[in-house]
Design a protein around this ligand. Structure first.
Ligand code: GDP
Length: 302
């Protein structure tokens, strides 16, 4: 239900357009597909993904000898879900260690919702009975440390920090030591998001990762890239740039509630081949949902 609500804007604009199309055409033909293509591109599904999708739709429609546009709608849903399947690692689950410390690194440019996501995930893990610690690794952006502390208080988890401008790798060292000493289950690490200087950011993230790796073999267990869904195709290109800077194991797509272009989820899957693990559907503590392709597609049409 949360998912449905969060996708309200996308659903309204997307299904209205598809319904209108189905009503106007009735019979499937080339023009019908062309207009459908435009609707999908308008929903930020991404040109490459749309092209593939349309090709597959045409094949399927031919194979099943579908003539009525009403019947195409169901095939669209099927195909959208299919885009997400076939790969076990695409179930969107977090790689949490059993009885050992799990370290999760968050990357992404300023303003996308990184801090908020860390707070929400801390809340989520805590309500699953896990112990959580936060690391204030964004020592660059003014107010980032304080903001993380506000979330820490709200959720009831501690934040390991140093002063603004300090070395993020040193913060991570402290945080890992604290996490180990307190036998915490999950350490969630914030990082700076200055994509303006790619080389510096790359160096900083590498150093942070080296410290974590050295102190916790096998860590970080996840590097989650946070992307703002309202930035559409820009978010996608940002994501591609980030992947050049660091390995990314999953994506958190925030502010899906604030856009009518929720199709970006599919573009990410198809063009980046990185699973969307969570979506942000609001500003509150429980507004983080595990990404589920069936619920997502249902949210678009249902
Ligand atoms: P950061 O700079 O990446 O750490 O971004 P913040 O966590 O400070 O978030 C920036 C703004 O986006 C804040 O006003 C958040 O409340 C808002 N925000 C974050 N996630 C979501 C979301 O899923 N939905 C909505 N509507 N707002 C969000």
């Amino acid at each position: 239900e949360k998912f449905r609500q969060g996708l309200e804007k996308t659903r309204t604009s997307f299904s209205e357009k598809v319904n209108d199309l189905v009503y106007r055409y009735r019979k499937v033909d080339e023009d019908f597909f062309e207009e459908l293509e435009e609707i999908l591109i308008g929903a930020d599904v991404g040109v490459t993904t749309v092209m593939e999708l349309i090709e597959e739709l045409k094949d399927e429609v031919k194979r099943r000898n579908i003539q009525d546009t009403k019947d195409v709608q169901a095939v669209i849903s099927e195909k959208l879900v299919e885009i997400y399947q076939g790969d076990d690692d695409f179930n969107g689950e977090l790689h949490l260690q059993e009885n050992e410390l799990t370290v999760i690194l968050f990357v992404g440019v300023n303003g996308v919702g990184k801090t908020t996501t860390i707070g929400k995930l801390a809340h989520r893990l805590k309500s699953q009975g896990k112990t959580v610690l936060l690391a204030a690794g964004d020592t660059f952006r003014a107010g980032a440390i304080e903001q993380l502390e506000v979330w820490g208080e709200r959720v009831g988890v501690d934040v390991i920090k140093q002063g603004s401008g300090s070395d993020p790798a040193a913060v991570m060292y402290d945080a890992v030591q604290a996490a180990k000493a307190r036998k915490v289950d999950v350490l969630l690490c914030d990082t700076a998001g200055r994509l303006q200087n790619k080389v510096n950011l790359m160096k900083e993230l590498e150093k942070v990762k080296r410290v974590i790796e050295r102190e916790v073999p096998g860590a970080p267990h996840e590097v989650l890239l946070v992307i703002d869904a309202t930035t559409g195709q820009n978010g996608l290109s940002q994501a591609k740039t980030f992947r050049e800077v660091t390995d990314v194991s999953g994506i958190v797509l925030t502010k899906l509630d604030g856009t009518a272009k929720g199709g970006i989820v599919l573009a990410i899957r198809n063009e980046m081949n990185v699973p969307v693990k969570f979506v942000g559907l609001g500003e509150k503590m429980d507004d983080l949902q595990e990404f589920n392709p069936e619920q997502y597609v249902y949210g678009l049409f249902g």
